[in-house]
Ligand binder design. Structure first.
Ligand code: ZN
Length: 62
């Protein structure tokens, strides 16, 4: 996946997943580079990105 903050590309496995303590409540992957909390992408979004390429940028809040 690509960090939506700094644009760094990394595997979900390489990122730090959530806090590890929330039962089903914490679905974020922290970027190994900037530690930004990226929301875990649903499978549907991944498929769309494969279709449309990498032009889609998810605009989050601040
Ligand atoms: Zn980042």
């Amino acid at each position: 996946m690509i960090c939506s903050f700094c644009g760094y590309e990394f595997n979900e496995e390489d990122g730090k997943k959530g806090c590890g303590g929330c039962p089903g409540g914490c679905h974020n992957i922290h970027c190994p580079r900037c530690n930004y909390k990226n929301p875990l992408e649903p499978g549907v979004v991944k498929k769309l990105k494969k279709i449309f390429g990498k032009d889609i940028k998810v605009k989050g809040g601040t």
